[in-house]
Design a protein. Structure first.
Length: 227
């Protein structure tokens, strides 16, 4: 069943870095980071998950209503893709830590399997990590992916930083999802712990909501738009 494969991401954007943290927990973690100088060398007593929460709080992910920063990234040696190319339709950005890691492989495979669902809303999908284009090529071929993987490699993590999802302590992108509407506005975002596959439910719910909203407002129906 498709529903069994979709995962368990939330249908609404949580304003905390991760849904399982409270403001008090985040403040405590940030205090730990700051009391140790906030360096890789001195914050060893924190777990990887704790550091991800604290760093995300200090450099928060872009949220609903924010204009999505433009980017130009390589998809192949001779192809560059920019955000401006997707101004007429919804766009889903999937930031992930690394090619060939187990959770990342499962996540991109899941998104690949539900591409027909995205087509119902004329939504486009892009994967982004700090891996180089050759790694992306091998990873895409190994997983038979039917959507582009963009290389945020040079300068490393520049686009992930713009979206507030670069993990300084790991030197990779965080596992993050963004839904951007046809006007270039972020409508939904979510950051998952690196070890957790966030699924696609939250993305599909926001695309459904976006389509319904535009239909009610009398605007062009996303499902019927042609690029």
């Amino acid at each position: 069943m498709l529903e069994d494969a979709l995962g368990s991401s939330p249908t609404t954007c949580n304003c905390l870095p991760f849904p399982w943290t409270s403001n008090e927990q985040v403040s405590d973690l940030v205090s730990k980071i700051e009391s140790h100088g906030g360096t890789k060398k001195n914050d060893k007593e924190l777990t990887r998950g704790e550091k991800s929460v604290a760093y995300s709080h200090r450099w928060p992910v872009l949220r609903h209503g924010t204009r999505a920063p433009n980017f130009r990234l390589k998809a192949t040696t001779d192809k560059i893709i920019s955000l401006d190319e997707f101004r007429l339709s919804p766009l889903v950005l999937v930031f992930y830590p690394a090619d060939f890691s187990p959770v990342c492989g499962d996540e991109v495979t899941l998104f690949n399997e539900v591409l027909p669902e995205f087509s119902r809303f004329n939504a486009q999908l892009l994967g982004i990590s700090v891996d180089n284009i050759w790694s992306h090529k091998a990873f895409s071929e190994a997983r038979n992916l039917r959507f582009p993987l963009l290389s945020d490699f040079r300068p490393k993590g520049e686009v992930a930083r713009k979206y507030g999802v670069f993990a300084e302590q790991d030197d990779t992108a965080q596992r993050a999802l963004f839904v951007i509407d046809g006007n270039g506005i972020i409508r939904w975002s979510y950051v998952s712990p690196n070890e957790v596959n966030p699924g696609v439910n939250g993305v599909l719910a926001e695309l459904e909501s976006l389509a319904a909203e535009e239909s009610q407002e009398g605007g062009p129906d996303i499902k019927n738009r042609v690029i």
